[in-house]
Design a protein around this ligand. Structure first.
Ligand code: ZN
Length: 95
């Protein structure tokens, strides 16, 4: 039962000496002013220099999750269409 799979570890490109391994960490990110914690987030961490890389699919999944606007039509939320008006709207005086 051997399938081609992404390797579980690879030499670190940063320090050239450490081994980067996949592991699950708690990922922290800020959404506006709220701290979001995501447990069991896949990350690649070097055992020597501690360099972290995150799974790109997981990152894009997370950003989709945190961005309600993604793929949806924007809700009209308090901001009406801003019409460009020249001047203050007073009509020129007609004699
Ligand atoms: Zn390293």
């Amino acid at each position: 039962m051997k399938k081609t799979k992404s390797p579980e570890s690879y030499p670190c490109r940063e320090c050239q000496a450490g081994i980067v391994r996949s592991q699950y960490i708690t990922y922290f990110t800020w959404l506006n002013e709220e701290l979001i914690t995501v447990p069991n987030f896949p990350a690649w961490i070097c055992n020597l220099c501690g360099k972290r890389e995150y799974d790109q699919r997981a990152i894009s999944w997370l950003s989709t999750l945190l961005n309600p606007d993604t793929g949806k039509s924007p809700k009209s939320k308090g901001k009406p269409h801003s019409y460009h008006r020249s001047g203050d709207g007073t009509l020129p005086a007609v004699e």
